[in-house]
Ligand binder design. Sequence first.
Ligand SMILES: [Zn+2]
Ligand SMILES: [Zn+2]
Length: 423
Amino acid sequence: MLTSRPRGTEDILPEEVGRWYLLEATARQVSRLYGYREIRTPVFEHTELFNRGVGDTTDIVEKEMYTFTDRGGRSLTLRPEGTAPVVRAFLEHHLEAGGLPVKLFYLGPMFRYGRPQAGRLRQFHQFGVEAFGSRDPALDAEVIALAMDFYNRLALKDLELHLNSVGCPACRPRHREKLQDYLRPHLADLCPTCQGRFERNPLRIFDCKSPVCQEIVAGAPTIAASLCPDCGQHFERVQEYLQELEIDFILDEHLVRGLDYYTNTAFEIMVKGIGAQSSIGGGGRYDGLVAALGGKPVPGIGFGLGLERVLLALESQGRELMPGGGVDVLVVTAGAGVERVAVRLLASLRAAGLKADKDYLGRSLKAQMKYANRYPAKLVVILGEEELARGQVLVRRLDSGDQEEIPLDAAAAYCRQEKERGF
Ligand SMILES: [Zn+2]
Ligand SMILES: [Zn+2]
């Protein structure tokens, strides 16, 4: 028990952390290029926030939340997603006062009590963006472009962007009626869950995994046919902007988001090679969410993606993500009385911006050289008594074995130069 981690969690070991640095750096870089600034919210929030902000008829809220009562008797929940906390912070700090739109991104762990499987953990990590304050379809296209840019910079291939519009509170009731009229004759054939959804939220029947339900909804009337002129125009302009950006998309009439505050644009990015559930991110517009959480009606759009899923997809495509580890220089001591010089040289190497280390186990010269190869180091600086007496050190390249005598006080600058030349 004490030496095993909880089910559905992962340790990110030092050998693997380099891949995470790359993902996180890419996320931050892309976000900044598009004018999104980072926001960090707590990992737990009042449970009520998710009941309202995610929707209490969703699987997340019904079955997957880590909810607990704290010592003060409050019901708190580990965040299962990032949007509701960001909206809460947007309202709490009156971020709109700084001028709209407000464009934010987040990066961090989320928690859902699901059945653990490849790329789906109970503690997983998400990257997401949210933009508040504009209904401009160019902003929808920007958010989609940002997501695609993130994948492209990681050289992820075989992506499919699925796109739909889910309309607005004005046009959705019409579609709902048509959908119910269509489904009514099949009601007895739907799975029990979907029979329950029929009245409450028939759109969610599109999400059902049951082959029978899927077959039934395959012929159902689409939202596209029921969009009001305003929503139809918005959707067309999103598509035009995507074409302008040369981003390919597939119109997917069955892509729905079953909650009332989702409006207009809905999108999902699929990738081949990571099994049946091949979505690696998605998002859309939620013009009703800020008001649903107690604010003024401020429109919003965003996306979220699971980083473990992205890693899995990259691995399945054979993409090698930097191995990490290693140092630029290992300081090696040969002979007695050079330890103090070694400590000082190490400090000056690090001050020069070099990754540097030394032996701390009193290894022999031969064992230190082995250590340097295993680390691996690009260069070793060998401190020998005889050379030091002349104020010199030996700098050796590990790849070629070439070495050179350099004055001790020029060693850090020399190593730095070698690094800048790419060793
Ligand atoms: Zn509409
Ligand atoms: Zn069903």
